[in-house]
Each structure stands twice: as structure tokens, then as C-alpha cells.
Design a protein around this ligand. Structure first.
Ligand code: ADP
Length: 270
């Protein structure tokens, strides 16, 4: 049985094709969320992928597709939609056994999801009002510094003395970074300071619901090692990372599609 998870975010569109609810056959990621070609291109990438061609799978073999993410309600290419909170929790638990906390930082918001021992969502907290503490803050700063956000981890590692960012507002922080740069602040120190600023905003949010191990990050900012490390220091917990972190929402959607399809097939055979 094949199910597809489509995660339409604010900045990227991700897909995962799952076999029998247990094996990832292919995944894709395109820049561009709702209102761009991102979602359709990401879905097409799955069907055009080497893995899918090699396995001899075609669109006709697809049993169910579920859409999640910020743009889920306005995308018509699926059989249904499910919330990002549910999908991130499901996808992260697919990778990490005994998971109790998910820290999801995407392009436009941040969420902390608490799970019970058996994986049910028990609480969550979310920031979708302010760019500080989200990937947007990092993207804005990367733009000012003309550095690729993908390089933040390795540049921040060279820092000897992080330059703290005191402004809590992205617009003011932008001016602060520009003046620090003009005053001769070193790039690694500035980038480490920027990443620590995001971590400290998210840690403040996380403390409202509490953080328990096993704890992991999901979303694209999970790939930023400097944010992850600063969060570990702030919250005094280990934060697990998997290279699939940006795809956890899409994995969760594909798992939801699998569970739904199984339920429907069982009730049809009764
Ligand atoms: P959304 O689902 O809202 O579109 P994502 O979960 O895809 O967001 O995360 C996008 C964010 O991830 C970007 O704003 C960027 O800051 C960050 N990001 C993506 N890839 C990387 C990377 N390789 N290294 C560091 N940060 C990254």
C-alpha cells in the first residue's frame, strides 16, 4: 500500500511517499509554499524520482494522499487535510522512540508539542505572531549578511565570542546587526548571536509547557546546529536530530493517510 504526505509550509513544500506505513520510498523538497509552484513541483518530483521509477510505482498505485502545513486548506491535490501539530508529532515519533517533546521551528512559526508515553498530544504552545524565534528571523539576517542560511552552522562554529542581539523585534534586530557589522563585529560571532537569539525566544515558549526527554527538533531550522546547541544549553536537555527533520510533517501526513486507508479498508470488508 502506498500513501503520500504533502506538507505545504510558508517557505517550502515537502513530500514523502510511504510504503505500508513503514518504509520511506521517496522524499522531495521544493522552495515555495502555497501560491507558488512549490507544492505541485514537490509532488511531481516524487513521481519523477529514481527511487519510484526503480520500484516500478506509478500514480495509479497511490492509495491515499493527505495534505498538511500552513497551506493545506487551499491545496486540492490530496484526499484530505490534517493539522501540522498532529503530523509533526506523528512524523517525529516515526523516527524517535519514546518521544515526549517536539520543538518545531519552521519558516514562519514555532511550536512546542508535548506527547504522552503512548504518543498522544497532551499540550502545545505556538508562536505564529512574531518573526523573532522563527526561520524568518534567520532568513532576514542571512539576507543582510549575504550568507546562505545553510552555512550558519559551520560559520557559527568558528565564533570565539558571540555578539548578543538585544532587540526582540526583527526590524530593530536588523538595524542592530547592520550597526554591529559596521562596528567591526566578526561574522561568526554575529551569526552565533543571531542563532542564540532565536533559541532564547523559543526556549521561553518551551518553558511554558515544559520540556521532557526524549526531545527532538523538527522543521527546517532543526538543520541549524547553532540554534540546536543554544537551545540545549538554554533548556538543559539533549535535543535529538535526524536529517529527515524538515520532512517530519510530510512523514506524519503519509502515516495518517496509511492509518485512514487501513481503517476504511477494514470497515469496507466487514
Ligand atoms: P515551512 O514549513 O514553514 O516552509 P520549514 O520547516 O521548511 O518551514 O523551514 C524553513 C526554514 O528552515 C527556513 O526559514 C530556514 O531558516 C531553515 N533552513 C532550511 N534549510 C536549512 C539548512 N540546511 N540549514 C539551516 N537552516 C535551514
Amino acid at each position: 500500500m502506498y500513501t503520500l504526505g504533502i506538507d505545504i509550509g510558508s517557505t517550502t513544500s515537502k513530500c514523502v511517499l510511504l510504503k505500508d506505513g513503514s518504509e520511506i520510498i521517496a522524499k522531495s523538497l521544493r522552495i515555495g509554499g502555497l501560491g507558488t509552484k512549490g507544492p505541485d513541483s514537490s509532488v511531481n518530483d516524487i513521481w519523477e524520482s529514481e527511487e519510484v521509477k526503480k520500484a516500478g510505482i506509478t500514480k495509479k498505485d497511490l492509495d491515499r494522499a493527505i495534505v498538511t502545513g500552513y497551506g493545506r486548506r487551499n491545496y486540492e491535490g490530496g484526499d484530505g487535510e490534517v493539522s501540522e501539530l498532529t503530523c509533526h508529532a506523528l512524523g517525529a515519533r516515526f523516527v524517535f522512540d519514546g518521544l515526549r517533546t517536539v520543538i518545531d521551528i519552521g519558516g514562519q512559526d514555532a511550536k512546542i508539542i508535548r506527547l504522552s508515553e503512548d504518543g498522544r498530544m497532551t499540550n502545545f504552545v505556538m508562536n505564529d505572531k512574531c518573526a523573532a524565534g522563527t526561520g524568518r528571523f534567520l532568513d532576514v539576517m542571512a539576507n543582510i549578511l549575504t550568507v546562505d542560511v545553510d552555512d550558519f552552522t559551520k560559520i557559527a562554529e568558528q565564533s570565539t565570542d558571540a555578539s548578543p542581539i538585544s532587540s526582540t523585534c526583527t526590524v530593530f534586530a536588523e538595524s542592530e546587526v547592520i550597526s554591529q557589522l559596521a562596528n567591526g563585529a566578526k561574522m561568526p560571532d554575529l551569526i552565533k548571536g543571531i542563532c542564540s537569539s532565536v533559541a532564547s525566544r523559543v526556549a521561553g515558549l518551551a518553558r511554558r509547557v515544559g520540556v521532557q526527554e526524549v526531545c527532538c527538533m523538527s522543521g527546517g531550522v532543526a538543520k541549524n546546529g547553532a540554534v540546536r546547541k543554544a537551545l540545549e544549553e538554554e533548556l538543559k536537555v539533549n535535543i535529538a536530530f535526524d536529517p529527515l527533520a524538515q520532512h517530519f510533517g510530510a512523514i506524519g501526513a503519509a502515516l495518517w493517510a496509511y492509518n485512514e486507508h487501513m481503517r476504511k479498508s477494514k470497515s469496507a470488508s466487514k
